[in-house]
Design a protein around this ligand. Structure first.
Ligand code: FAD
Ligand code: EPU
Length: 343
């Protein structure tokens, strides 16, 4: 089925809670519906075309005068299974966290640390979502797509996806907006090996009287869910899109120079040449933690998250983001790049 709506409010379709509208929204249920749409009627709909998921990483700056596409494809098929792993194809319209819960119930492991990240399965591949030491790209076998231009099918292998920190080929200038992800094939383990080295997880395991040997995938999911609930604001209370900025990656020389001025500057090791600096720390040092300007705030527990205090416009949030970026650049000489997609 294909549903077409005109002049639709996007309030329910973006977690920042920005009150804008779209000229047209088209929701489709299957790959056949999508290809039919592209072959027969999409050319008559207003442009530009934007495919969205749950709108949890979008910032609308104004009403969208074009056509929004949304997927309701929610099938799941096992493609291959042996003693060691399963390859499972999941429709792009499934909620990612529902799939993680489902995969744990089936005894398919690997995605536990990504529990409770908002958004759809299709976007998980576009964004290469990550949390608590795991990136979804590590578990993506391939991504099935349809070209928006002519409705042709293309499968992107894991290597072609070019997954990097919060990046994939689908975000590159050459491919952005050109393909609709229709399903993602995840390669998951049948043995559970917990990833527990990221800050705070081991401590929680100890508090529960568990050990890495007794810990189940469901318990790890619960621990991650609790840590996230503690740190991140609920978009239903304060509109937000998670981390507004990515954590900057700098070379070791730059980091060493910063250490001489700021001995406490934290880092995560990336490789022998590069380290990642928590943008939250840079923003806090500039005095922004908990600060508010008009309808926009910097989350008091996590300065990487900008929040809509109620009634904020996309432009107000963009203005605060610009000011923070300038101040971090002036103080530290580091450019912090938004993770959020400005529309
Ligand atoms: P949208 O925001 O709707 O779209 C994101 C991008 O994907 C857009 O460019 C869109 O055009 C494209 N897209 C969507 N669907 C398709 C499709 N089928 N085909 C092609 N392109 C498509 N992210 C993390 O990585 N780690 C976190 O820990 C994390 N925590 C968060 C916590 C909160 C409270 C919130 C609100 C967000 C958080 N995020 C996190 C960000 C967000 O959840 C992810 O970026 C998520 O993948 C976005 O999914 P979505 O379905 O909402 O996509
Ligand atoms: N920090 C501060 N002040 C604060 C909070 C944090 O200085 O008030 C510093 C501390 O040094 C802390 C460090 O920031 O150790 C890291 O904080 P945290 O563990 O909360 O992680 P993060 O870097 O802020 C990243 C991701 C999150 C992901 C978590 C957990 C990015 C941009 N963000 O946040 O992803 O959930 O790690 O893995 O990489 C998202 O992308 O939307 C997102 C929420």
């Amino acid at each position: 089925m294909i549903q077409v709506n005109k002049n639709i409010s996007l309030l329910e379709y973006n977690t920042f809670g920005i009150d804008v509208s779209a000229e047209t929204m088209v929701v489709y249920d299957s790959v056949d519906d999508l290809t039919e749409l592209i072959h027969h009627s999409l050319c008559n709909f207003p442009k530009p075309i934007l495919h969205i998921g749950e709108g949890s990483n979008l910032l609308f700056l104004e009403d969208f005068r074009g056509t929004i596409l949304r997927s309701n494809i929610n099938n799941v098929n096992v493609i291959e299974q042996n003693d060691d792993h399963v390859i499972v194809q999941v429709g792009a319209g499934w909620n990612m966290d529902d799939f993680i819960s489902y995969s744990i119930s089936k005894g398919w492991y690997g995605l536990e640390n990504l529990s409770k990240i908002p958004g759809q399965v299709g976007s998980s591949a576009v964004q290469n979502i990550g949390a608590y030491g795991v990136e979804v790209g590590d578990f993506i076998y391939s991504v099935n797509c349809i070209s928006i231009a002519d409705g042709t099918y293309r499968k992107f292998s894991h290597d072609e996806c070019n997954f990097m920190y919060r990046h994939s080929i689908f975000k590159s200038p050459e491919y952005r907006g050109k393909y609709v992800v229709t399903s993602v094939e995840y390669k998951l383990n049948l043995d559970f090996t917990p990833h527990i080295d990221y800050g705070g997880i081991r401590q929680q395991i100890d508090l529960l009287g568990e050990t890495p040997e007794t810990l189940s995938a469901q318990k790890l999911r619960d621990i991650i869910s609790n840590i996230r609930e503690e740190k991140l604001p609920d978009p239903k209370v304060y509109g937000n899109a998670g981390s507004f900025f990515m954590n900057p990656i700098v070379d070791r020389d730059t980091y060493n120079k910063l250490v001489s001025c700021y001995p406490n500057i934290p880092k995560y090791e990336i490789d022998s040449n590069n380290v990642k600096i928590p943008a939250a720390w840079l923003i806090e040092q500039c005095g922004w933690k908990g600060k508010t300007v008009g309808h926009v705030g910097v989350h008091p527990k996590q300065p990487l998250v900008l929040i809509n205090l109620g009634g904020a416009t996309g432009k107000e949030i963009q203005n605060m983001s610009d000011t923070i970026r300038h101040e971090v650049l002036d103080k530290f000489g580091i450019s912090i790049i938004p993770e959020v997609n400005f529309i």
